[in-house]
Write a protein that binds this ligand. Structure first.
Ligand code: BES
Ligand code: MN
Ligand code: ZN
Length: 497
């Protein structure tokens, strides 16, 4: 899909723009947006609304041909709901509905002229990103490993986004495309089967990104991890034939001495549960257990393309969690990099075991903030479903501000979070008779005890944890990675520049 930006004015009117289709908004109660009025010289649109063929509810559409006084071949009316309060959700529903119609047209190009002024507190950059991400999402295909590729998507290939003023439009479009490319890399990596997308494959991808965007990259191998005393991370890889990889990417776009933001992504390329083995049905979806890692690499793809003026470090501990004669057993006690001993009561609670050593490793960068991203707990899906990622931080002024900063970055991109608690009570649930910590808590609040476990390793810097178990991929007929939380993370980083 090719995107371009155009600002229309009284000389360059929407009515005189030639294209296969122009989409304009209408509202409930037969109200027309400004652009719809501009195309209604002969009253065709008013007439269509009167006929009742479109209600104006968010996501409703009506295609008109040969509208008098309009140069475009077709006019697509798109409902955005209540004219007085167009929500972000109504707007993106409208965008998606318009894109769906565009995909069926025998037209090569179209103009998206939905209004912005009406959308609560959002600007053109927001609309551009919403539209670009939705359009790229709609044409995404999961046929990388099919011998016969899915047919190329039909319909509109060139999309012109109508914006109010031209000022920020071009830069906002470039930024939106960078985010979309990051989302695509994240989806591509996560959707690959686990026999292809191994820790080595993730490391190779990081090296390629480093070549493409001049990142510094380091991949630590087993010997180096042993020297660093990452006994917790290494205990997870014991049962696997695939070598573990510990990936460190550096984008030094800011001043050399500025403290970096560190992103840590869980990179379990397949989670069988280990000796505490998972049930069979649906286990294939545990190829997505590297969704956090994929989102860190996708975010680097985006910030590399943007040339983001900020220091950002990405850390990806990656291995498989497999059962074997060498695998870690329930009750085994391991020593983490920071010296805390851990009783592995359940080998399926492996994410925290690899993350804790990565979080200790992060200390060396004196981070301004560390955000870890992980498909950490099934319980997070029970709590929040597939709508929001779980957001955890300590509960003090500094961390409440960090949590709000992350939550706001999520809201602004439709890549939302919801805050869940950690604290002493949850830490108490992790007591072990034989080690400093157990890797699972007593029953109840499994997402919170998992986060509380991680908190023990993050006391040297501001820290937040995103549990993306419910948001990183979709199951069922639409099975596939979502690319979340790349929009959130890039937006968070952009706001920090
Ligand atoms: N990768 C899983 C979490 C997961 C499960 C994410 C299902 C998405 C869907 C994680 O490693 C895990 O197995 N967690 C356990 C923790 C438990 C043993 C305390 C879980 O959630 O069951
Ligand atoms: Mn597990
Ligand atoms: Zn896992």
């Amino acid at each position: 899909m090719d995107f371009s930006i155009k600002a229309f004015d009284t000389k360059n009117t929407i009515a005189s723009a030639r294209s296969g289709c122009v989409a304009v908004a209408v509202f409930e109660n037969r109200k027309l947006s400004g652009a719809a009025q501009a195309l209604d010289g002969a009253g065709d649109i008013t007439q269509a609304l009167k006929s009742g063929d479109i209600t104006g509810k968010a996501g409703t559409t009506l295609l008109l041909r040969g509208v008098q006084g309009v140069a475009a071949e077709r006019v697509l009316l798109v409902g955005l709901g209540n004219a007085d309060s167009v929500t972000e959700k109504a707007y993106s529903t409208g965008v998606q509905a318009a894109l769906k119609v565009f995909a069926t047209l025998g037209a090569a190009d179209a103009i998206m002229a939905l209004p912005l002024a009406e959308v609560n507190g959002r600007d053109a950059a927001w609309a551009i990103q919403t539209t670009v991400l939705a359009a790229r999402d709609a044409i995404y295909r999961t046929d990388a490993q099919k011998s016969k590729k899915d047919p190329a998507p039909a319909g509109v290939r060139k999309l012109t986004l109508a914006v109010p003023g031209n000022a920020a439009g071009k830069a906002a479009l470039a930024q939106a495309i960078a985010v979309a490319n990051g989302v695509k890399l994240t989806k591509d990596l996560a959707n690959l089967s686990a026999n292809v997308c191994t820790p080595t494959y993730l490391a190779d991808t990081a090296k390629q990104l480093a070549r493409d965007y001049q990142f510094n990259v380091e991949v630590l191998e087993r010997k180096q991890l042993e020297a660093l005393k990452m006994g917790s991370f290494l205990s997870v890889t014991n049962g696997s034939e695939q070598p573990p990889k510990f990936i460190v990417l550096k984008h030094m776009g800011g001043k050399p001495k500025d403290a970096p933001v560190v992103l840590v992504g869980k990179g379990i390329t397949f989670d069988t549960g280990g000796i505490s083995i998972k049930a069979g049905p649906g286990m294939d979806e545990m190829k997505y257990d590297m969704g956090g890692a994929a989102s860190v690499l996708g975010t680097f793809r985006a910030i590399g393309e943007m040339g983001l003026k900020l220091n950002v470090i990405g850390i990806v501990p990656s291995c498989e969690n497999m059962p074997s004669g060498r695998a870690t057993k329930p009750g085994d006690i391991v020593t983490s990099m920071n010296g805390l001993t851990i009783e592995v009561l359940n080998t399926d609670a492996e994410g925290r075991l690899i993350l804790c050593d990565a979080l200790t490793y992060a200390e060396r960068f004196n981070p301004a903030a560390v955000i870890d991203v992980a498909t950490l707990t099934g319980a997070c899906i029970v709590a929040l479903g597939h709508h929001h990622s779980g957001l955890f931080t300590r509960d003090d002024d500094q961390h409440n501000a960090l949590a709000e900063e992350i939550a706001a970055a999520g809201r602004a991109t439709g890549d939302t979070t919801w805050r869940l608690p950690i604290g002493e009570q949850y830490n108490d649930q992790l007591k072990s008779n034989f080690a400093d910590l157990a890797n699972i808590g007593s029953p109840g609040g499994a997402s919170c005890t998992a986060a509380a476990f991680l908190e023990n390793f993050t006391r040297k810097y501001p820290w937040a944890h995103l549990d993306i178990a419910g948001t990183a991929w979709k199951s069922g007929a639409a099975k596939g990675a979502t690319g979340r939380p790349v929009p959130l993370l890039t937006n968070f980083l952009l706001n920090r520049v």
